[in-house]
Design a protein around this ligand. Structure first.
Ligand code: NAP
Length: 281
């Protein structure tokens, strides 16, 4: 009998990630759920188990993405514990209103939105390549944002903070990284895309100035609508898109900066150097 497909979803205890988890469970995917709150992960685990029509396996791991040591440990553990991973949804995201730093002095939006996803993806490559050897159809999905339009990439990374530009810059980095990886692993049968979910009524907005939130509210989708493009990329049979940026399940426009292949390569190289202590050898 064919095995279930397996998806790993980060940031699944609320918002878009939770809807992705629910939908993939209903499509009988085995799930690996990553979140920072064990009680909420346990509730989600029992909710999604009840949604499947065939038996599925749902595991969870507790990990705080503000702590890159934890991200590194969990990614190495998962890389060893499983034999297959068909879908990786890098969905965790924050939009901070204040300059917070981690133990390295790196700005926290960069740590959570980009560095943690980079480490997780990089350390899971052996597992994902092993899966793609059999299936020729492994998928990585970076939940990015149209906010990349006001982002910039300045080296060294993660040194400054601006309430709008920093979030946009981390989302630009998610897109640049997806496009670069798409080229790197195309021959392995791994498809890498990024997406804009729309403006969605989730917890993302909780720390932002009321003025911005009130403007955004006029355009907000429900979380289940916001999850549609990620679900489309994760579960459409024989999907062959790679290196693309999608919105509403269609290819969407990127800025010239987001399409800059030199910048994609430079960002990958600089990030790998910066995060060396957390990456597998
Ligand atoms: N909402 C929008 O309009 C919008 C637009 C464009 C892009 N996006 C992107 O969509 C993605 C999902 O966000 P959302 O809108 O669904 O917001 P959300 O409801 O706040 O979900 C974010 C998820 O990330 C988790 N998370 C945050 N910090 C974490 C940490 N330190 N460690 C572990 N998990 C952490 C949250 O966990 P907790 O539940 O524990 O906080 C939550 O599950 C993000 O990447 C965001 O940038 C959203």
């Amino acid at each position: 009998m064919a095995r279930n497909k397996r998806a790993l979803i980060t940031g699944c205890t609320s918002g878009i990630g939770q809807e992705v988890a629910r939908s993939l469970a209903a499509k009988n995917f085995d799930l690996i759920l990553i979140g920072r709150d064990e009680a909420r992960l346990r509730v989600l685990q029992s909710q999604v188990l009840a949604l499947s029509t065939n038996p599925i396996k749902v595991d969870y791991f507790v990990c705080d993405f503000e702590n890159l040591e934890q991200v590194s440990k969990i990614s190495k553990l998962i890389g060893k514990a499983y034999r297959d991973l068909d879908v990786l949804v890098n969905n965790v995201g924050i939009w901070d209103s204040k300059h917070r730093k981690d133990s390295h002095g790196w700005e926290m939006t960069w740590v959570v939105n980009y560095f943690a996803a980079f480490i997780l993806t990089y350390n899971l490559f052996p597992l994902m390549k092993q899966t793609a050897r059999d299936t020729k159809n492994m998928r990585i999905i970076n939940v990015a944002s149209d906010a990349h339009k006001f982002g910039q990439i300045n080296f060294p990374l993660a040194q400054t903070f601006h309430v709008y530009k920093t979030y946009g810059s981390t989302k630009l980095a998610n897109i640049l990284n997806a496009s670069y990886l798409a080229g790197l692993v195309r021959e392995d049968g791994i498809f890498v895309n990024s997406l804009h979910p729309g403006v969605v009524a989730t917890g993302l907005w909780r720390k932002l100035p009321k003025l911005l939130v009130n403007i955004a509210k006029r355009f907000m989708k429900s979380p289940d609508k916001g999850a549609e493009t990620a679900i489309f990329l994760a579960s459409t049979p024989n999907m062959r898109l790679s290196g693309q940026y999608l919105e509403d399940m269609k290819i969407a426009k990127l800025t010239d900066l987001a399409k800059n292949t030199d910048l994609q390569k430079q960002l990958f190289g600089e990030t790998k150097k910066l995060l060396k202590e957390y990456l597998i050898g």
